[in-house]
Design a protein around this ligand. Sequence first.
Ligand SMILES: [Zn+2]
Length: 436
Amino acid sequence: MCATIPETEVHGVVRRATNPVRIGSFNQTVVLDAIRRSSGLSRVELAASTGLSAQAVTNICRRLIAAGLVREAGTENVGRGKPRTMLRLEPGARLAVGVHLDPAVVTVALLDLEGTVLAQQSLATPSALDPPHAVATITSAVDAVIASAGADRERILGVGVAAPGPVDLRRGVVDNPPNLPGWHQVPLREELARATGLPVLLDKDVTAAAVAETWWGLPRRDGTTAVLYIGTGIGVGLVVDGEVVRGTSGNAGEVGHVVVDPDGPPCACGQRGCVAVALAPSALLERARQRGALPAGSLDETAAASTDATAALGELFDRADAGEPAARDVVAYAVTGIARLALVVTNLLDLDRLVLGGPYWARIAPYYLDRGPEQMAAGAAARLIHGVEVVGTSIGEHFGAVGAASLVLDHAFSVHPGSLVEHVPANTPRARRASA
Ligand SMILES: [Zn+2]
């Protein structure tokens, strides 16, 4: 189940990599998912909750225990019958690395099967004008995170990369995202797989965030959910009936040209007040300076995507929190814009749940949760039929990197086989099987 490949030499370093095949059969995945989402289940409960026969559950549990994914954890008395042996997930049995490529910061995290971040590291985003250097920098961070957790490389299923869109999923290429200057056609999936010796998956950041919600956030995997990601860019990840929606090329959820302020700044697309030019951090900072909410010239015009922008936004929220009227007006403008966007998405998909997250969410959350749902509700087409739950993500500050690692877990364990194309390093059993 977790075959070991021969040692290979990559960039002068001897690497061993585990084989991250999709773990077991569909039924096995269903059972593992049920155990993972519980605090312990007996075989009887598993049969009842999955609809599988008692014999099938027994056989599958034997295989899961043999693979080290599940362990027997004591017994529980249920009624008068024989005490039932409880089965629990073995969280450290497999691990996944997540790499979140943000315009300012790359965050690398190592995740176990319970979603615990075992180790993480952040570094300034390397320039992709020198792709080998960028790949080497990210690889060093991946190695450092694995080493700092003392993790056994054999248990690592792979590396997930979450990048700003657009991405070319078929080729695993970061395709010139507007928020990632210099990253022209970078074949990151293949290059990173070669450098790390680990299988690599690449997806759009908002899609990774949606996958993370299906794994760690949502109480159930059914329903229609949108994840509104508020970062340097604003995007939407979609989950319909438990399935993450990627679209034809993996670029679903681009909402940058939804108009949220018809009198707002002009956009390159010909409209005014698009999300991209009204609500982006650089746009909010510009508005704040124009309206005296922040001192003029407090930000280098070219540094919109940098840590300077993060610091300046922090100052804007500090001033709003302190009750400064001009700062509060800018924050209220952002809340109204996000609510307008949320309404468009809610009506388009007939959502039952909207989850908000991303690097800037924590600061805007108190303002948004106070006013946003109310502003949204008035225009919700289905408001008389059902409500829409509006919540902040329960996934902490490393939302992007956790999402990226979740791509790997989802690929290996999901009951809903994804359409992600994965790059497997050459000269592995899987690569040989695929070419045979
Ligand atoms: Zn536009």
